[in-house]
Design a protein around this ligand. Structure first.
Ligand SMILES: Nc1ncnc2c1ncn2[C@@H]1O[C@H](COP(=O)(O)OP(=O)(O)OP(=O)(O)O)[C@@H](O)[C@H]1O
Ligand SMILES: [Mg+2]
Length: 152
């Protein structure tokens, strides 16, 4: 198990390409247990959806991931190493205003174990995120690289 990914992301990593960001995300996905909520903070174009693409790949989910903005959330499924079907829920909270709306959308009903949940614009639903959520901050660097850092 690749636990060094946590130390690397906590220290902060600069990536020179979208594929580098996806590769880090895939490593993180392989190292976090089912039931993980991953909050992706960062401005427009910081790489939140790109990170989610790699995260899905690391879970063994082959479906293509695009921005779910018009759907609020999208479901992706694929078999893990043990053959059990994994569910990735990709939530874009940009247009939401608090967690009550997620209860109206019955998102919990879609969290079929084993599941992972990735949230873009998590500050919009901060009241709804569990205390154990992982928080990753993404941003641009002046030299065009992107920066990723896992909150302690
Ligand atoms: N090092 C890098 N890491 C991530 N993305 C990169 C990198 N270099 C270039 N890119 C490009 O930057 C863009 C990041 O867009 P992405 O949709 O992932 O951002 P986002 O944070 O989800 O934005 P939004 O807030 O609009 O949803 C993509 O076009 C990606 O190819
Ligand atoms: Mg996005």
């Amino acid at each position: 198990m690749d636990s060094s990914i946590f130390a690397e992301l906590r220290a902060g990593v600069a990536t020179a390409s979208a594929e580098d960001t996806r590769a880090l995300a895939a490593r993180l996905a392989a190292a976090v247990p089912a039931g993980t909520v991953l909050a992706l903070h960062g401005d427009l174009g910081a790489g939140k959806t790109t990170f989610t693409q790699g995260f899905a790949r690391g879970l063994g989910i082959q479906e293509s991931i695009t921005s779910p903005t018009f759907n609020i959330f999208t479901l992706h499924r694929g078999p893990g190493p043990d053959g059990a079907i994994r569910t990735l829920v990709h939530l874009d909270a940009y247009r939401l205003d608090g967690g009550a709306q997620l209860e109206d959308l019955m998102i919990d009903d879609f969290l079929t174990p084993p599941w992972w949940l990735v949230v873009e614009w998590p500050s919009k639903v901060a009241d709804w995120l569990p205390p154990g959520a992982l928080h990753l901050e993404l941003g641009h660097l002046p030299d065009r690289r992107h920066h990723l850092r896992l909150r302690a």
